[in-house]
Design a binder for this molecule. Structure first.
Ligand SMILES: [Zn+2]
Length: 183
């Protein structure tokens, strides 16, 4: 069945897109649900910066999803899940479930998360690349997420998926403003 990916940096409206997709479904008889990683300690809901929110099930792994129970499954912040969870997304698709996934595609170094690479191997039906406003030069073309630690750009040596508990600051930036490690 269909796999839709909604990808982009922080503050690019990914959750807004996911909510827009799922909010009307409650008026239909189509069985659907949303999942979010239990590693996200910040929210109990999928929320968007314009004030919209939808409740989501918090799970540590996608292996808990029953493929016979739903016709449409949404997964928020997919970058917080592991590569092995893609096996379960594949199983949902093989069972005829439509899967809509949103999350960061690139880590703080500008490298693609392994879980995103695996999703591309499943041959998505549609990929929506969202862009944010660059917080350095204000062009509406931010595609990277610069991670700041004590106001300095984090360049390397940290885990790819960092906690969102206030330790780090996440800033969407464009290609010209993105600071990366020079090798
Ligand atoms: Zn910029």
């Amino acid at each position: 069945m269909e796999l839709i990916l909604i990808l982009g940096p922080m503050k690019s409206g990914k959750s807004f897109d996911l909510i827009s997709y799922f909010a009307p479904l409650k008026y239909t008889g189509i069985p659907h649900t949303l999942f979010q990683s239990s590693r996200n300690v910040r929210d109990a809901h999928i929320w968007s910066r314009n004030g919209l929110e939808l409740s989501a099930n918090k799970v540590g792994s996608l292996s808990h999803i029953d493929p016979d129970k739903y016709k449409i499954v949404g997964i928020d912040e997919i970058h917080m899940f592991s590569e092995s969870d893609v096996t379960w997304i594949d199983k949902l698709l093989r069972n005829g479930v439509r899967v809509v996934v949103s999350g960061l595609d690139l880590d703080y170094r500008g490298q693609m998360f392994p879980v995103i690479k695996r999703l591309f191997e499943l041959g998505p039906t549609e990929v929506r690349y969202r862009r944010a406003v660059c917080e350095v030069c204000r062009t509406p073309d931010a595609r990277y997420t610069q991670v700041l630690h004590h106001k300095a750009a984090l360049l390397d040596g940290a885990p790819a998926c960092l906690p969102d508990d206030g330790t780090y600051e996440y800033v969407p930036v464009c290609r010209a403003c993105f600071v990366k490690k020079t090798s």
